[in-house]
Design a binder for this molecule. Structure first.
Ligand code: EPU
Length: 441
């Protein structure tokens, strides 16, 4: 297992390009299994999650090949299995994205339920409700979803649940509806740019989808799709993470090949907290503040502040001059990073779906443990902004969604080293004065 060792206190400075979006790439890779012919995807990030989904597709009989320069070829001609087993699905929940495509292509899917998750309860009831509305018979047996349909029929599908809509659920229904007879209307659809990217890919393949990017999507079933070439959108969460890291270290950064309109609310929060931002067509520049200002925000579905940057913003605000109150409406239990940030000296209290962050003037490096993908990114940001050295264990969480983050940060002047995890610990803090030794009785 790898770990990061971070020497804090170095302001980031420089420019770099953003990778392709993980959360756009995964549903598109899954959708490619339902399409005739070989899809070519460009700007595919080198991530553990992409490798996991490639393995899953290969097990189904899909031919997946990585080309030089970040392209992926996906040819489902030899597909023979409809089973996504527990061992792969439990390591990556996005595996559930094969559900809709498998029912569309083979008329059946047997996909393991993903099980527990470090960011809270994550049911897939809305995915199943949507497929049932399109005429699939759906049941749960021995931990697997079994979905079958001789033919799918267009219908109205409502995707709102207690926590709002569902991103990957919208993706599953979008793909299945392309192969249904007649018209499907998805109400309360997710508006995330990653859903729009999937719809754009499907339309390139001959689908007739309109309204994507709004809560009501209309799909005219076409029965068959022909593979196309597609370039994945830039990763707005990676972009936000790097901008927040620059702000937290008081640095300056220019991000290229990014889509600023996908980041408007995040840029607004960064400005409110004291950063200077300049935006052009495909780039964003940030100059971090001398003093971070407190900001309140609510993480919610797009175009709100993404839950996927809640932890990173928490790390930034932990050094603000004053108190910030944040809420996560999408994943109300996504706060595993708080106790670790407190180990650096942050003063953060969780109350239900909220965190109350009392800014402290300094953080001091410590040994830390990553619990999930975005929590890991928050710990890296806090460690970069802290004094002295931190170690971050279980960095495999980070590798699921960030392409060579340590190399990108090092190129910007951050001191981040990847090492094989070792039990050696950091130097212990020295008490100000030595205490008298108590004699044992
Ligand atoms: N929900 C239900 N029922 C469902 C589906 C979801 O109640 O059938 C609830 C969830 O429990 C949650 C909320 O609805 O409270 C939103 O969940 P959603 O289904 O939208 O999440 P997801 O599709 O499983 C995607 C991203 C996540 C991101 C969320 C929210 C991918 C592969 N994953 O997950 O990304 O946090 O949308 O934006 O697209 C990450 O990249 O770190 C990550 C976790």
């Amino acid at each position: 297992m790898d770990m990061f060792v971070v020497q804090g206190g170095h302001a980031l400075s420089g420019s770099l390009s953003v990778s392709g979006a993980k959360n756009a790439c995964l549903p598109i890779m899954a959708a490619a299994l339902a399409v005739d012919g070989c899809t070519t995807l460009h700007r595919v990030p080198q991530l553990a999650d992409v490798r996991t989904l490639s393995s899953l597709l290969t097990k189904l009989g899909v031919n997946v090949r990585r080309e030089a320069a970040g392209s992926l070829l996906i040819d489902p001609t030899g597909i023979r299995s409809s089973i996504a087993d527990y061992d792969l699905v439990r390591t990556m929940r996005a595996s559930v994205c094969v559900l809709g495509p498998l029912v569309a292509r083979l008329g059946r899917a047997c996909v393991s339920l993903p099980g527990g998750c470090n960011i809270g309860h994550r049911p897939i009831d809305l995915h199943l409700k949507g497929l049932a509305a399109l005429g699939a018979s759906v049941r749960i047996e021995r931990g697997y979803v079994l979905a079958e349909a001789n033919r799918l029929k267009g219908a109205t599908v409502h995707l709102a649940g207690p926590q709002g809509t569902t991103v990957t659920g919208t993706c599953n229904i979008l793909v299945a509806a392309c192969f249904a007879e007649g018209t499907t209307r998805i109400e309360a659809a997710a508006c995330e740019p990653e859903v729009v990217d999937l719809a754009d890919y499907l339309n390139r393949c001959g689908a007739r989808i309109s309204g994507h990017g709004t809560p009501e999507i209309t799909i005219e079933g076409v029965g068959q799709l022909q593979a196309a070439e597609h370039t994945v959108i830039p990763d707005r969460i990676e972009a936000a993470t790097l901008l927040i890291a620059a702000a937290a270290t008081g640095g300056t950064l220019q991000l290229n090949e990014v889509e600023p309109r996908h980041l408007l609310t995040v840029l607004h929060i960064l400005q409110e907290s004291g950063s200077r931002i300049e935006v052009s067509d495909r780039s964003i520049s940030i100059t971090g503040p001398q003093e971070i200002q407190p900001v309140d925000f609510v993480a919610q579905p797009y175009p709100g502040i993404p839950t996927d940057v809640q932890a990173q913003l928490t790390a930034l605000l932990s050094r603000a001059r004053g108190t910030s109150i944040i809420r996560d409406l999408v994943f109300p239990d996504r706060f595993m990073h708080i106790p670790e940030l407190c180990r650096l000296g942050a003063d953060i209290r969780r109350e239900g779906n909220s965190a109350i962050i009392r800014g402290v003037p300094r953080l001091s490096g410590a040994p830390l443990m990553a619990s999930d993908l975005r929590a890991s990114a928050a710990l890296v940001i806090a460690a970069l902004a802290a004094e002295q050295e931190s170690s971050i264990r279980r960095i495999y969480h980070l590798d699921r969604g960030y392409e060579q983050l340590e190399l990108k940060l090092t190129a910007l002047g951050g001191h981040v080293q990847r090492l094989v995890d070792s039990p050696a610990s950091l130097p212990l803090p020295q008490p100000a004065e030595s205490l008298p030794v108590r004699k044992s009785a």
